[in-house]
Design a protein around this ligand. Structure first.
Ligand code: HEC
Length: 133
């Protein structure tokens, strides 16, 4: 079997069951560990995801503000109203498969919500939480 076929099959499996990891998240977990993060925790990620903070523009928001309450459904950007595809890998097989995309949006979204960048520990916890969705 060609590599891309194997990856596609793996992608389908990940899309139909709760994804436990993707090659991209494996790479990121390793990177975050080498940056000093310890074990990653989905419950901690869940709590952080829903926690409201004062964002970059002084508004109170959480990750759910744009990504919605149900991660299996579409979200909506709070300002532009642009529809955001579901975050749950079980509903959207493209999620958490691209290291660069994940890091780009962590940077932007952590600033939106927390008015700072996320730590390696926080990012790993968010990913653990999202992978179970
Ligand atoms: C201001 C609106 C907004 C908020 C708040 C927000 N996001 Fe996002 N997020 C987006 C948009 C827009 C995208 C890119 C569009 C897409 O991927 O569908 C995105 C994409 C992502 C991705 C990329 C996932 C992938 O693999 O495709 C991650 C990870 C992410 N967000 C995490 C977070 C986290 C963690 C928080 C809370 C700290 C958060 N987001 C809060 C708007 C937001």
């Amino acid at each position: 079997m060609k590599l891309h076929k194997i990856l596609m099959t793996a992608g389908l499996l990940l899309a139909t069951t709760a994804a436990l990891a993707t090659p991209a998240t494996d790479e990121l977990f390793a990177k975050y560990k080498s940056a000093g993060a310890a074990g990653f925790d989905a419950a901690r990620g869940d709590k952080a995801w829903h926690k409201e903070s004062k964002g970059e523009e002084g508004q109170t928001m959480s990750c759910s503000t744009c990504h919605g309450q149900d991660l299996g459904k579409e979200g909506k950007h709070h300002k532009t109203n642009k529809v955001i595809a579901p975050m749950a890998p079980s509903a959207n097989k493209e999620r958490l498969t691209d290291v660069k995309k994940i890091e780009k949006w962590f940077k932007r979204n952590c600033n939106d919500v927390l008015a700072r960048e996320c730590t390696a520990q926080e990012k790993g916890d968010y990913l653990k939480f999202l992978l179970g969705k």
